[in-house]
Every structure is written in structure tokens, then in C-alpha cells.
Design a protein. Structure first.
Length: 456
């Protein structure tokens, strides 16, 4: 602090004031014009000039000089007064102090305090911070603060080497943002890059890694990202097509089912590799009907196939009523239009044979198939042979052995009750025996040869 100066000498002022009325009354002339004045007038004028500063009042910013009442010359601030610090403007590295305003002085050293701006005594690793540049002081304690080299940047901050010489002690002043502060949204397909968490960075492109979730919207139709791949990191520099190849998998909605199968409606959004029961389900088109059943053409797309759902019964399973017989015709047996007429064969009972023909003896047990005339009918002679005749040798029936002939018999009764049987290539041929009236012998009646008789 500067010492304050006294501002007046009251005793001299009092003496001056006692003689001022006399001085004001005297007519004083200039020294070069006072040759004719009396000696006492000249003396008075000289005294007045000598005491000029005694009557002068210093302007604001000035203070009377010491012994100002003894100062001769003009009554001006420059002659009578000293400038005070109130008039002084402190230069760089100095700061004004209001308590110095009345001190006599006209220099930084007299009127100002030094500030930390010009302080050079800080220890290594410290310096004068900007916030203290205008602080009055010339000590380390007042002026110095640590530099950024002493500040630890942690968490969302990392060291900024370009600020090593900056005098500061906060993250914002000494550090730069690290990748830890960058929010990598998993929902957007980004996760923090583990090798860059403590590195400087402000962008997701540098601080985050892209996962398969990021490329989910780029997957082609009928594909998607498998759940276990959602957080899979896609190598940096991968093209979109490469990422799609790594991340996207086929869904059932785009799967092509084998013939006879269709996509399961409830699994269209399932991944092919995850569809444990498959993407497709069997339809009636792939079903094999059991014996006696035939696939219904209008049910090919029916799912959950079974005989009941996919097949119709055929004539093969039709029970023909009495008087009808199950057909052996493959075309009829495979028909699903089941009825007696479509599935069965009528018996020969009730059939009307042609002239000279008669129903076979077991017509009711014979199916009317093929040529009904041949199947159901036989020559009328057959019934006579069965009812009135006996074969020449019963043992020959159905045999290729000729046995006895008609002419082996004699007498009317023996001859006319016999017939000769032949088995020609499996066809039974019968010829009745008659008596030749001329030769009186038993012989075959060549006019009544008959074939195809039943039960001979």
C-alpha cells in the first residue's frame, strides 16, 4: 500500500488571508512599469507574486505541493500542485486501487498494484490462469495454479495433449470427450467399440460398432436376422451386401415346399433353420390312401391328411346285397360312385336265355359278367343230361380219360340213359347215347353234341 500525503498547510493559509484585502485594494502594475511607484507599493507587488500559490486551489486530481505557500510564480496546477493517482491510468500488468487515488504519483509503480499477468515465479507444472490475470498479487500462492498436465481425465473424458500447457483444472478445460460419452444405441444396431472407450471421439461412426441389427432393414424379402445374431458385430469396412450375407437368414415365408406340401400359415415368419417341425405341412396331395380307398381330387390342398380327410371309399369296400356279387372288374372296383349297379355284378337269376338255351342250375350264385348269355345260360340239353342221363363212366367226368363208349352198352334202357363225355382242352363236351334202329347198337347221337354244361 502506498502512504497517503497531507493535503494542506492551514497556518500559512490563515496568514495569507489576513493580508489579502490590502493586496486586492492596491493597484499593482507590472514590474516593468512600476518605476514610478512608491517603494512600499513595489514591495507589496513583489510579495503578492511571491505568495501566488498560497491562494491557488488545486484542481481535482491534484494535491498542493509541500511548502506551496512559499512557491513563487504563476498560480497554476502545474506550478503549485502535484498530480495524484486519481489522474493515472494503470498500464498492462498493473491494476488500480481506489485507496491510492489521493496519493501523489504519476507512474504504475506509485499508483498501481502489480497483477499476476507479469508474475514469473510459478513452479514447474503450474502457471497463471486466465482467471487470475487481473488479480493483484506477486506471490505463487496468489497467482499460480496447476496446468492440465496435473489434471486426471477419467470417465467420459480423455487427455488432450494439445492443452498440456494450459493452466486449468477441469475436464472441460483440460480434456477432450472420449468415446465413453458417445451413446451407441443397441436398438439402432450400435454397440460401443471396446478398444476405443478411452480414446478421443465424438461420433458414432468412430466410437461404435455396427451389429447385425443395424442391417436388419437391409435384409431381402422373406429373410431376417436370427435372434442370436442381433448383437453380432459386423467387421468394419464391410459392404452392405457382405453384411447382409453375414446377418440375414431365410424365413419360411420364402421357402419352396416339396410337391404335396404347403407352407404352414403360423410359421411364415419363422426362420427355416429354426422351424423344428419344418416350414411345410403335408396335404392330401401327398397322402397315400389305404386299400379300398381312392384320393378325393377336390381335397388335394387339405392339410392334416388322413384316410378320412383325403380319401373316398371305392367299390372295393362296397358290400353287395343278396342277388349281387362284388365285381372283379378293376375299373368298377376303383369307382367311388358306389351303388349296386356301379359296384356289383347281378346274378344270373332272372336272366332270359335265348331260344334253345336255359339258365344254369346254379344261376342264383353265378355273377352276370362278360357275355351274360355264355355266363348264365347253357344248352337246354344240359338239364336233361343232368336229370335223366348218367355218364358212360362217372369217373370220366372232368377227366381227359375217355372211359367207356356208348357202344359198350346194349339194351334200350342201358343205352338211352347214358352220355359220353370228352374233355377237350379243358372244355367238357357231352354226347347222348342212342340206339341205332338199323344196326340195333348203342351209339353217340351226333345231332345233339353239347358243350359248356354245368355240373356234369
Amino acid at each position: 500500500m502506498k502512504m497517503k500525503q497531507a493535503t494542506g498547510i492551514f497556518c500559512s493559509l490563515m496568514t495569507l488571508c489576513s493580508v489579502l484585502p490590502c493586496l486586492r485594494a492596491a493597484k499593482v502594475r507590472s514590474s516593468n512599469k512600476n518605476k514610478d511607484l512608491p517603494d512600499d507599493a513595489v514591495a507589496l507587488a513583489a510579495e503578492k507574486q511571491k505568495l501566488a500559490c498560497s491562494s491557488h486551489v488545486c484542481s481535482d486530481g491534484f494535491s498542493p505541493k509541500t511548502n506551496f505557500d512559499n512557491i513563487t510564480g504563476s498560480a497554476t496546477d502545474g506550478n503549485c500542485c502535484n498530480p495524484t493517482c486519481r489522474r493515472w491510468t494503470c498500464g498492462k500488468g498493473f491494476k488500480s486501487d481506489a485507496s491510492y487515488a489521493s496519493n501523489v504519483g504519476a507512474s504504475d509503480e506509485e499508483c498501481c498494484d502489480k497483477t499476476c499477468t507479469v508474475f514469473q515465479g510459478c513452479d514447474e507444472g503450474t502457471g497463471v490462469p486466465e482467471s487470475k490475470m487481473d488479480v493483484s498479487g506477486i506471490t505463487k500462492e496468489v497467482c499460480c495454479a496447476p496446468k492440465c498436465t496435473s489434471h486426471s481425465c477419467i470417465g467420459e473424458w480423455t487427455q488432450d495433449l494439445s492443452k498440456s500447457d494450459v493452466v486449468a483444472d477441469s475436464d472441460a478445460e483440460c480434456c477432450q470427450q472420449s468415446c465413453t460419452a458417445v451413446k451407441c444405441s443397441a436398438d439402432s444396431g450400435l454397440i460401443s467399440h471396446p478398444d476405443r472407450l478411452d480414446q478421443a471421439g465424438k461420433t458414432t461412426s468412430y466410437c461404435c460398432q455396427k451389429t447385425c441389427t443395424y442391417y436388419a432393414s437391409s435384409c431381402p424379402a422373406n429373410t431376417g436376422v436370427l435372434p442370436e445374431k442381433l448383437l453380432q458385430v459386423v467387421p468394419a469396412g464391410s459392404s452392405t451386401s457382405d453384411a447382409v450375407g453375414q446377418c440375414c437368414a431365410a424365413k419360411c415365408s420364402g421357402h419352396t415346399c416339396a410337391a404335396g406340401y404347403v407352407l404352414k400359415p403360423g410359421q411364415l415368419n419363422e426362420f427355416v433353420s429354426k422351424a423344428f417341425t419344418g416350414c411345410c405341412e403335408k396335404t392330401c396331395a401327398a397322402h397315400t390312401c389305404s386299400t379300398g380307398l381312392k384320393k378325393a381330387a377336390d381335397k388335394d390342398n387339405h392339410t392334416q391328411p388322413s384316410d378320412a380327410a383325403c380319401c373316398d371309399k371305392t367299390c372295393e369296400l362296397y358290400a353287395c346285397p343278396s342277388g349281387w356279387f362284388n365285381s372283379t372288374d378293376s375299373t368298377k372296383l376303383s369307382s367311388v360312385n358306389r351303388s349296386n349297379a356301379n359296384c356289383c355284378e347281378m346274378s344270373c337269376a332272372g336272366y332270359t336265355c335265348a331260344s334253345g338255351m336255359t339258365l344254369r342250375s346254379s344261376a342264383g350264385t353265378i355273377p352276370r359278367v362278360g357275355d351274360a348269355e355264355t355266363t348264365c345260360c347253357e344248352a337246354a340239353l344240359c338239364e336233361d343230361l343232368r336229370s335223366k342221363y348218367t355218364p358212360t363212366s362217372a369217373a370220366q367226368a372232368g377227366s381227359s380219360t375217355e372211359g367207356a363208349d356208348c357202344n359198350d352198352f346194349s339194351g334200350m334202357d342201358n343205352c338211352t340213359t347214358k352220355y359220353k363225355m370228352f374233355n377237350i382242352s379243358g372244355t367238357i363236351t357231352a354226347v347222348p347215347c342212342i340206339v341205332d334202329p338199323v344196326l340195333n347198337i348203342c351209339k353217340m347221337d351226333d345231332s345233339r353234341v353239347v358243350t359248356g354244361c354245368s355240373d356234369l
